[in-house]
Design a protein. Structure first.
Length: 126
């Protein structure tokens, strides 16, 4: 069983994992959705979200982008990162279930997240 967290903004994948309003959490086993829920973003602080999602049992984070430092934090908790994902949440979930979702280039670039979504609380921008 794999627990996915998809950075979510409305019906779409958010371009930045830390500044999205919420995460679509999907539990998948053998190509079947066992559970699905929305959890709110608890706030964007350096290194906090990887621990928070790990505590929620998340194995994989899916997002448009994140920086190398954030990827390292997720790796510390054994959470795989799938980046460069865009489009509707429903389409992404379908690709997860089908086993066709592939990581691409991160949409994150230094400074691009500033003034987008949930502000970073500790002020450590890229």
């Amino acid at each position: 069983m794999i627990n996915y967290a998809i950075s979510t903004e409305g019906d779409y994948v958010s371009p930045h994992f830390g500044r999205c309003p919420c995460y679509s959490v999907v539990k998948v086993e053998n190509g079947k959705i066992l559970d699905r829920k929305i959890i709110q973003n608890p706030g964007h602080r350096t290194g906090f979200i990887p621990k928070y999602l790990s505590d929620q049992g998340i194995n994989v984070i899916i997002s448009g982008g994140m920086g190398h430092r954030a990827i390292g934090f997720f790796q510390e908790y054994g959470i795989e990162t799938i980046l460069g994902i865009q489009g509707k949440i429903e389409d992404v979930i379908k690709r997860i279930v089908e086993g066709t979702l592939e990581s691409g280039e991160s949409t994150c670039q230094p400074g691009i997240g500033k003034d987008y979504g949930i502000p970073k609380e500790d002020g450590h921008e890229h």
